[in-house]
Design a protein around this ligand. Sequence first.
Ligand SMILES: *Cc1c(COP(=O)(O)O)cnc(C)c1O
Length: 424
Amino acid sequence: MNYLSTRNSTSAIHFSKTILEGLAPEGGLFVPEAFPQFKWDEFDRCSNLAEFATLLLTPWLQGDSLLAELREICQGAFNFPIVLKKLDEGASILELFHGPTAAFKDVGAKFLAECFSRIQNLNPKTILVATSGDTGGAVASAFWNKPNFKVVILFPKDKISFRQQKQLTTWGGNIQALEVRGSFDDCQRIVKEAFMAEKQSNSKRTLLSANSINLGRLLPQTIYYANAALEYFRKNEREPGFIIPTGNLGNAVAALWTKKMGFPIREVVLATNSNISILEYFKTGKWKAFPTVETLANAMDVGNPSNMERLIHLYPSVSALKQEVKVVSVNDFQISKTIQESNKVWNQIFCPHTATAVYARETLGGKDWIIVATAHPAKFDSMIEPLVGQSIPVPEGLAQLLRRPSQVEQIKPTLTELAFRVPL
Ligand SMILES: *Cc1c(COP(=O)(O)O)cnc(C)c1O
């Protein structure tokens, strides 16, 4: 399989090279030259998600040196449960938060770590990651104690939940957490500057990125959509629509790629918070980034979603896009209200991100919906517990981290401050 850039369709490369590069040369994003197609009954013989993933991803790694190890990669990445549960007559919930850091980011981060650590002849690498909340913890957990890799996490001071912060700062060993006196955008800018500085110097490359534009994070996310869609279709003989809490658009693009591979997906709904750049694009047909707005669903606080370029590449016209994709924007008041109501109606506590999707389904009506639950509510206890008036049981992995001491250094939002602490 060859991968092309969204901006230039002449430079074709294989999977391993795309994950090492992250971005395509002209600043575009990697997309496949074609979407593999499957016969659904091929998947009948898969007895677990790792086998399902191996079968589905085989054509995506065709011709690549990692293909020979795909089975082991998938076994390492898909080793925790992903659960599809009925909520009511119209909707089911796809729980993606049973991994080590209790958010769906674990799937992509684990798969990427399994891939990186199997690439031959790689010099020692530093993975530099800016996080708005959940990515940093998932990447830290996935790379912790992996020989040859060091992880440096930049996160914005006072912008993430206490428990998210614990998931960034309690690892020690090869994981270094830096608290930046600035915003998430500052963190992202410093990371970009570090990569540019490395490119301009003539030194050997040591930096790797693990952000959501990396194919190594995006591709494995197609697995749970394909598996859930088939499971739903077999049981109900109707195609489900997925409602996806959306920020950088990585998870939603994975769902749309799954649809392009021919799996039974009726439509995709993007549930966003008060960051309205995607909503405005649907309204006006013109792409424009907006400044980031802080909301209760902090992992979706993105004003300039980095996977937008892949969405536009997939649907070059807005009218084509609107036939298969809808967007619903949900404000903080609606998020809080949904968390309260869901607890009353279904006796279920949702995280603020998942609550945007639950709200969206209420406004859409209809049936055969699969609501994607992206994080465990216990990560956001200080926000949710006062709303529902009860405490949320903490999953064991998170509880273990909470007992460990934090190690963190504060820096000013400049590249110099980063370079001073991390040999770049
Ligand atoms: C990252 C994240 C999202 C947004 O996912 P994208 O792929 O960036 O659109 C939603 N919910 C949670 C809990 C997240 O961590």
